[in-house]
Design a protein around this ligand. Structure first.
Ligand SMILES: C[S@@+](CC[C@H](N)C(=O)[O-])C[C@H]1O[C@@H](n2cnc3c(N)ncnc32)[C@H](O)[C@@H]1O
Ligand SMILES: Nc1nc2[nH]cc(C(=O)O)c2c(=O)[nH]1
Ligand code: SF4
Ligand SMILES: [Mg+2]
Length: 246
């Protein structure tokens, strides 16, 4: 099987409870959502090459023709040493669940970075993902075109499918902007609390369409309220942006 891949590189995980671990990032193109704060470019067509990093930390890339086969991706993964896990990200990796299923013989464990809105994709890959970094998008994060209730329910279903188990860790990242309301965060958390090891409150990094940061007081209030629901609630901003790694 083949899939378009935007880029493959080695970096240090910058978000959530695994921040600091050395990972391979496999970034798929395209997404089913358009979050206002998204820091990943959207434009993509099949004439784009897949950019493969040669040396970790160095911005030199080899170009591969798209789409890539599973075997090619597995070979590229094998090429890098001393890796904690392979972050499957995007865009939205669950759009490529059938392709990801064929990466089960990866040299390193698979770490899914997902918006969790595609439960059918979640079902396909639930047995091969060791780490789930799942976002729960709140109402203000994009234009849900009147469909937020469906997105909300699909997200809760995906968390239930990919819940923590003896084999798998599952945590949730909620991006917090100045416009988010505590009640919406708590309503979301209530649906998924039994599926998680940890809730990460990730203050938005100001981007093109969201230029203002979230006030510290707001984040502290969100954390305090969330701790009534689950024990482990941490505030961790995107750390890779601080030192300029990919
Ligand atoms: C680019 S997304 C790709 C994976 C998947 N589509 C998702 O949204 O989880 C990776 C992570 O970056 C986060 N992110 C993107 N832009 C951000 C920003 N401006 N501030 C904080 N987090 C951001 C997303 O919320 C998500 O947790
Ligand atoms: N260093 C680093 N950490 C990350 N954690 C999640 C990322 C993503 O874009 O999915 C990301 C990323 O792009 N870079
Ligand atoms: S779901 Fe992820 S990739 Fe898609 S727009 Fe939102 S942050 Fe960007
Ligand atoms: Mg990123």
């Amino acid at each position: 099987m083949r899939s378009p891949v935007r880029e493959i590189f080695v970096s240090v995980q910058g978000e959530g409870p695994y921040a600091g671990y050395r990972q391979i990032f496999v970034r798929f193109p395209k997404c089913n959502l358009e979050c206002l704060y998204c820091d990943t470019p959207k434009e993509w067509d099949m004439s784009n090459k897949c950019m493969i990093q040669i040396t970790p930390g160095v911005n030199e890339f080899k170009e591969f023709d798209n789409p890539l086969s599973n075997d090619q991706v597995l070979e590229i993964i094998k090429y890098y040493n001393k890796i904690h896990s392979v972050s499957l990200t995007g865009g939205e990796p669950l759009l490529y669940a059938r392709f990801i299923k064929e990466l089960k013989y990866s040299r390193y464990p698979l770490y899914l970075e997902s918006n969790m809105t595609l439960p059918e994709g979640a079902k396909e890959i639930k047995d091969i993902i060791k780490y789930v970094a799942g976002d729960f998008k709140l109402k203000t994060h994009c234009d849900f075109k009147g469909q937020y209730e469906k997105v909300f329910n699909d997200t809760a279903r995906s968390f239930s499918i990919l819940r923590k188990s003896s084999f798998r860790d599952c945590f949730c990242k909620m991006i917090i902007t100045k416009d988010d309301e505590k009640e919406n965060m708590l309503h979301a958390l209530d649906q998924i609390k039994g599926c998680l090891s940890t809730l990460i409150l990730q203050p938005v990094t100001p981007a093109e369409k969201i230029s203002e940061p979230v006030p510290v007081k707001k984040v502290m209030e969100f954390q305090e309220a969330a701790m009534d629901v689950i024990e482990d609630v941490r505030v961790i901003p995107q750390t890779h942006k601080m030192w300029g790694c990919l």
